[in-house]
Structures are given as structure tokens and as C-alpha cells.
Design a binder for this molecule. Sequence first.
Ligand SMILES: NC(=O)c1ccc[n+]([C@@H]2O[C@H](COP(=O)([O-])OP(=O)(O)OC[C@H]3O[C@@H](n4cnc5c(N)ncnc54)[C@H](OP(=O)(O)O)[C@@H]3O)[C@@H](O)[C@H]2O)c1
Length: 258
Amino acid sequence: MEHHLPKSLSLSGKVAVITGASKGIGAAIAEALAAAGAAVVLSSRRLEAVEEVAETIRRSGGEASAFACHVGDELQLEALVEHAVGLYGGIDILVNNAAANPAYGPLQTADGPLFDKIMQINLRAPFLLSNLVYPHLRTRGGGAILHIGSVEGSKPSPGMALYSVSKAALEMLTKAQAREWGGEGIRVNALCPGLVQTRFSAAIWQNESLLRELTDRLPLGRMAQPGEMAALALLLCSGAGSYLTGATFAADGGWLLT
Ligand SMILES: NC(=O)c1ccc[n+]([C@@H]2O[C@H](COP(=O)([O-])OP(=O)(O)OC[C@H]3O[C@@H](n4cnc5c(N)ncnc54)[C@H](OP(=O)(O)O)[C@@H]3O)[C@@H](O)[C@H]2O)c1
């Protein structure tokens, strides 16, 4: 009789590249992929900071390497891919996690340079890095790309319009890549967190009254910790997620219901 057990979450023998892996959600995802057996290449702008996370992974028996990469610099993106392929012989998984939201404020006070900065980090970088990784995924006979979006991409909050626009476009990049690359066994998905307690969202959760106002509305009544994004990321990157592509998955405590 045919069995219908889920496929494995194991990433044994796989190589994963994660941007923005020095802290927060990126570090939590890197740790989860490494715990599942992947060799992970962690990157962010600060080598020391990613090296610390890589060392933690190695101490717990995982395989990890740290590499400095500002995702806004195309040459640094190329160097990151070369580093991963040179060290581990290929790439199976890419997690585009690094993002920026340099300013809060109404649209009419935003200008061209701010627009360009946000799009460069949140949209152009995932687009360019995916293209750089694509031939390597093909060589391996397929792989997975995971973009870290945001619930802001579906439902913009006041003061975060350009960030929301960038994350909405990232969802469309997810769909376009999934359509174009599915035939090569490359799956592409987006994981969209709600409010997660990280440095990135500190302006929100350090404001006590704002935090209370938000958590009062949230069905789960609290913000998330970075580790609460990890299991979904692992599912989307592993064989257990073999039929998942072109989709957006919210991990938001019910935020999109509010
Ligand atoms: N926290 C939330 O509530 C929340 C909600 C929805 C979506 N998200 C998304 O989740 C992702 C991760 O955010 P987080 O909350 O985990 O933030 P975080 O804790 O501040 O971490 C951001 C990471 O990105 C790196 N980074 C920032 N700019 C970079 C650049 N230009 N090039 C390379 N690396 C860069 C940072 O390291 P360095 O400073 O060393 O470069 C750090 O490792 C982002 O895509 C964000 O939009 C977060």
C-alpha cells in the first residue's frame, strides 16, 4: 500500500545561503536550516556579527561559514555566491532576508533617494541575487528560494508605505520566478512575518502604547519571537515542501485578520 507520510525536513547534503543572518529572523532561519543538516553561508554587512552566529552553529555541531555582503552592492552579491560555491561546491537554497526601512513617515514627505534606497535593498537585491544563484540551483537539478516579505506587502500600515510597496513587489517577484523556474525544479515562496521582536521593529515594540494598541488587536495577543519563523522557513526550503511554490505564507499571529 502506498504510504502518505510527509517527506523529510532533512537538509543533509544541502547548501543554503542566507542574507541578513547576523541577527533576528535571518539568524533564526540560518540556525534552523543548519540544525536540519544544511551547510549554511551566513552574510550581512558586518563580518564579526555573522561570524558570531556561524560560531554558535558550529559549536552545536553544524556547518557554517560567515561572509560580509552588503546586498545593495552587486559585486558583493557576486562575491557571496562565489564564496558559497567555492567553499561547498554548489547552492541548493537561497533565503533573501536582508531588508531596510530607513524612515517612517507619510508618502508625501518621502523622496526619490528614499524610494531608491528601499527598492535597492528590499527588491533589487533579492532579484539580482536570485539571478546569480539560479544557474547553481539548475546545476543541482533544482532548489528553493525563500523571500522574506512582510504582512505590510498585503496591508500597509501608516508611515510604512514605500516599505510596503517593496514587499508587495517581492511577492510578485516570488510568483514570476516560480512560474519561470518551476520547470527546472526550483521552488520559490515568500514568508511574510507579522510583528517580530527584532532590532528592525524596535521603533514599534519599544513604544509601549503603540505595542499595546497593536497586540490588543492581534488574535494571538502578542508579537512573535524570531524563532517562530524558523519552522515555516524550513518547511518551505526542504523536501517536505516539495509541492509548494509561487505562494505567500503569513506567519503573523492573525495580523491580516485585523
Ligand atoms: N521584525 C519584524 O517585525 C518584521 C516583520 C515583517 C517582516 N520582517 C522582515 O524580516 C526580515 C528580517 O528582519 P529582522 O526583523 O530579522 O531584522 P534585524 O533583526 O534588524 O536583522 C536584519 C538583518 O539584515 C542585515 N542587513 C541589514 N541591511 C543589510 C544590507 N544592506 N546588506 C546586508 N545585510 C543587511 C542585518 O545585519 P547587518 O546590520 O550586519 O548588515 C541583520 O542581519 C526583513 O526582510 C524584514 O523586512 C520583519
